[in-house]
Ligand binder design. Structure first.
Ligand SMILES: Cc1ncc(COP(=O)(O)O)c(C=O)c1O
Length: 375
């Protein structure tokens, strides 16, 4: 009988692929291919194919990918970049590192991604890029966002850090805008065994520039054309990601299966208004990096859930516009009420491919019980 379900358990996945991982890591060591190298190059090409793009540029984190994306578009001081306040803070770090100013557009309550109806009003003559976030693995409404951006010639950079393999209108996210940025932080749907990230693009010049910028700004050895960074991916991560990418489709299928079960189990509670569940539009295919429900009295609910043996987490309890780090932007409570409401009510339930059916059933039953106890 199941007695407890953790919010997350990376070790189970490792156990399932350990032999292959060890063999590949040994090969990296034998060849001393510690930085970039053939494993990274092979992964870049496989990952570009996976996102339906011509180029993949592997870097050392999703944050670096976002920073390079903005550098490749020559965005800097005096420029504004529009994004959402309901995201992980790293979405705006690239904007800050580039010296540009983040401008926030609230999310939609159903998809929890950028609200295209609010986008137009935020655009000014200084807007130089728009960064929608495919939050929790749910695609943002790219069709509408691109319609608005394209009409004004503003490039769209997708923050697909949480959405490897998600699609909008049948197109893989990351490959829809000018540049797509991914994180391979270990807990992501495609996670490295350390830090990792990538940009994908169909633009040859952007790819070449990103490759140079990640490697000290050199296009040829010891020819430094501009100020660059050490944002290279290491060989171990290339090896691990190559192995894991081949399994991602099956892992995603399992995530979607679990999400379907949760949807079915929680639908009556959602109808009673006791819980809000993720909603997928007909054009949208999410990959459920996280399964986030919204509840009243969130902290009491989580405590009860924990006492019933179910781990949970918060993504994210403070929206970015209310973070101290960006207080200088003058964000105030009430500026972005949908994001603020999500921040106050969100609870992430266990969601990873290695959960057993018994565990998923246990989680659903305990969520029902915790809500009952609270009423
Ligand atoms: C939405 C989002 N953007 C950006 C990042 C940054 O990625 P990294 O942690 O690899 O720098 C993350 C992940 O942490 C994320 O969830």
């Amino acid at each position: 009988m199941t007695t407890a379900v953790p919010f997350f358990d990376l070790h189970r996945q490792y156990e399932s692929i350990a032999d292959e991982i060890h063999a590949e890591l040994r090969e990296v060591c034998a060849k001393s291919a510690f930085i970039l190298g053939e494993k990274v190059t092979a992964f870049e090409s496989d990952f570009a194919k996976f996102t339906g793009t011509r180029h993949g540029v592997a870097v050392n984190s999703g944050t670096s990918a976002l920073h390079l994306a903005l550098r490749c578009l020559n965005i800097g001081p005096g420029d504004e970049v529009i994004t959402v306040p309901m995201t992980f803070i790293a979405t705006i770090w690239g904007i800050c590192y580039a010296g540009a100013t983040p401008v926030f557009v609230d999310v939609e309550p159903a998809s929890r991604t950028m609200d295209p109806l609010k986008l137009e009003a935020a655009i000014t003559p200084h807007t130089k890029a728009i960064i929608p976030v495919h939050l929790y693995g749910q695609p943002a409404n790219m069709r509408e966002i691109l319609r608005i951006a394209d009409a004004r010639g503003i490039p769209v950079i997708e923050d697909a850090a949480q959405a490897h393999g998600a699609s909008a209108d049948g197109r893989p996210v990351g490959g829809i805008g000018r540049i797509g940025c991914f994180s391979f932080y270990p807990g992501k749907n495609l996670g490295a065994y350390g830090e990792g990230g990538a940009l994908v693009t169909n633009d040859d010049a952007i790819a070449a520039r990103a490759r140079a910028l990640r490697d000290h700004g050199q296009s040829q050895r010891y020819q430094h054309d501009e100020i660059g960074y050490n944002y290279r991916m290491d060989g171990f991560q290339g090896a691990v990601l190559g192995i894991k990418l081949r399994r991602l489709h099956n892992w995603t299928r399992r995530r979607r299966q679990i999400a379907t079960y949760y949807h079915e189990q929680f639908a009556p509670l959602a109808r009673d208004g006791r819980l809000e569940i993720p909603v997928e539009d007909e054009w949208s295919r999410g990959v459920y990096h996280l399964y986030v429900v919204l509840v009243d009295k969130r902290d009491a609910f989580r405590e009860r859930l924990q006492s019933l043996g179910v781990g949970s987490a918060l993504h994210y309890p403070v929206p970015v516009h209310l973070q101290k780090a960006v207080a200088a932007l003058g964000g105030r409570r009430g500026d972005h009420t949908v994001s603020e409401r999500i921040a106050e009510r969100c609870v992430s339930l266990p969601m990873f491919p290695e959960l057993t059916d018994a565990e998923v059933e246990f989680v659903a039953a305990r969520v029902r019980q915790a809500l009952q106890d609270a009423s």
